[in-house]
Design a protein around this ligand. Structure first.
Ligand SMILES: Nc1nc2c(ncn2[C@@H]2O[C@H](COP(=O)(O)OP(=O)(O)OP(=O)(O)O)[C@@H](O)[C@H]2O)c(=O)[nH]1
Ligand SMILES: [Mg+2]
Length: 194
């Protein structure tokens, strides 16, 4: 399935602002700066769809994008922004927790991990959280353009051993080089048609 028409619907900060209609939702999570918004822009083929920033921690809200009147792609707040105050961190975690606990039409989470690094403690926490809540997820590696082919293969091996997930299950992406669009479209269409 091709994803064609992206439309920004709204930003939400709390459960009474979330969207609960019948359309399936696919959420994008990952630490601050991992490339969530850039990935959405890559899929939308529009660099201005989701706000990206070199300043980590900009997307503090749940941002809903409707695609082809078939689904919502949801840009979630990044976790683990080192410079955020405790107060802000608490609020972010709460937004994530609220979103996952209240969104019953959530079909899949795209869990983004930077291909250059081993997953952080917070990534592991998020992964365990998804497993605990029984939420289907897809591991997506980002920024692969920053690595050589051999370094990428090495990192994929290490990351897969580290989190004990089969490396064949990873989707490797680059928003810069537009790598991974077909695979992501396939993953998303499978998720909403199940
Ligand atoms: N080279 C390269 N840079 C990328 C890629 N994806 C994202 N970036 C850069 O990484 C930075 C962060 O990207 P964002 O998409 O804003 O990250 P985010 O996960 O949405 O961050 P928050 O909203 O702060 O949680 C930006 O400077 C992007 O240009 C990629 O595939 N390749
Ligand atoms: Mg963002």
């Amino acid at each position: 399935m091709r994803l064609i028409n992206f439309k920004f619907i709204k930003s939400a900060a709390k459960p009474n602002e979330f969207i609960y209609d019948e359309l399936p939702q696919i959420a994008v999570v990952g630490r601050s700066n991992v490339g969530k918004s850039s990935l959405i822009n890559m899929l939308a083929n529009n660099k201005k769809m989701a706000k990206t920033s070199s300043t980590p921690g900009r997307t503090r809200l749940v941002n809903y994008f409707e695609i082809d009147k078939k689904l919502y792609l949801v840009d979630l707040p990044g976790y683990g922004f080192a410079l955020a105050s405790k107060e802000i961190k608490k609020k972010w975690d709460k937004v994530l927790d609220d979103y996952f606990n209240n969104t019953h039409n959530l079909k899949l989470v795209l869990m983004l991990i930077d291909s250059r690094h081993l997953p952080s403690e917070l990534d592991i926490m998020m992964l365990n959280y998804l497993i605990e809540l029984n939420i289907p997820y897809q591991i997506v590696l980002t920024k692969i353009d920053k690595l050589s082919k051999s370094q990428l293969n090495k990192n994929i091996e290490q990351i897969s051993n580290y989190i004990r997930h089969n490396k064949n299950m990873f989707v490797a992406t680059s928003a810069d080089k537009k790598i991974g669009v077909d695979k992501l479209e396939e993953v998303i269409s499978n998720a909403i048609n199940n």
